[in-house]
Structures are given as structure tokens and as C-alpha cells.
Design a protein around this ligand. Structure first.
Ligand SMILES: C[S@@+](CC[C@H](N)C(=O)[O-])C[C@H]1O[C@@H](n2cnc3c(N)ncnc32)[C@H](O)[C@@H]1O
Length: 116
């Protein structure tokens, strides 16, 4: 029985604003920096980074197209791709902020290692 469809698909479990802002505080983005969000969802973490430092450039990758418009309204670059197969990485990001996909058979380790 599929009673909790959204929770079953944990890859789409978005970060609450308070947590996003806490994470952005830890990241402490600066105006000259480029930050990677490799599994951006509807942009909760992108939003928090931009709120903390609007001049920071945020590069957002997301597998599913449903949040394209949301992401395009807040991120500087939006790429709709599987991050694990993404080859357009910049030579150097200043930092990365992520709540990577988990559950539902996702290889969480692969996502974390690719962020290294
Ligand atoms: C746990 S949610 C977190 C979303 C966002 N980072 C946040 O904190 O609200 C994980 C996101 O990763 C996306 N995703 C799943 N597999 C992916 C992949 N292979 N490459 C890029 N994004 C992926 C899902 O669509 C979902 O939006």
C-alpha cells in the first residue's frame, strides 16, 4: 500500500527554511564566490545562500525539470542533469551546499564523493 508517497520518494524531501538558513550561515558565502548546489530541488538552499549574500553566484544542478522555473528565478546557472553524470563541473567552486538525494535506492555515497 502506498500511503506515504512523498516520503517514499525521499529524493524529493526538501530542507526547511530554518535549516537552510542555518546551513547557509555555516557556509558563510562571500560576494566573489561560486557555490555549487548539486541536487537543488525547488531551491531551498539556493534561496538561503542568496538571502545571506545576494552577490554570491550559485550554480544549481537538478535531475527533474519540474522546478526549473523556481530555480531559474533564484540561481545564476541552472543545469537539468543527473549530477552523477554531470561533466560540466567548474574547475573550482568556492563551496558546496547540499541535501543530497537519499532513500529510494539512491547511491548517497556516490553523491557525496562526487562533491569532494
Ligand atoms: C533531498 S532533496 C533536497 C533538495 C534541496 N537540495 C533541498 O535541500 O531542499 C534531493 C533532490 O535531489 C534531486 N535528485 C535526485 N537524484 C538526482 C541526481 N542524480 N542528480 C541531481 N539531482 C538529483 C531530487 O529531485 C531532489 O530535488
Amino acid at each position: 500500500m502506498n500511503t506515504i508517497n512523498k516520503k517514499r520518494d525521499y529524493t524529493k524531501f526538501f530542507t526547511y527554511p530554518e535549516t537552510s538558513e542555518f546551513m547557509a550561515d555555516l557556509l558563510n558565502p562571500q560576494p566573489h564566490q561560486v557555490i555549487l548546489e548539486p541536487s537543488a530541488g525547488n531551491g531551498a538552499l539556493v534561496k538561503a545562500v542568496k538571502k545571506k549574500c545576494p552577490e554570491t553566484k550559485v550554480f544549481a544542478v537538478e535531475l527533474y525539470p519540474e522546478w526549473k522555473k523556481d530555480l531559474e528565478s533564484i540561481a545564476d546557472v541552472v543545469v537539468l542533469k543527473d549530477f552523477l553524470e554531470f561533466t560540466g563541473m567548474q574547475p573550482k567552486y568556492s563551496g558546496c551546499i547540499a541535501n543530497p538525494p537519499f532513500g529510494n535506492g539512491v547511491d548517497l555515497d556516490a553523491h557525496i564523493k562526487k562533491n569532494d
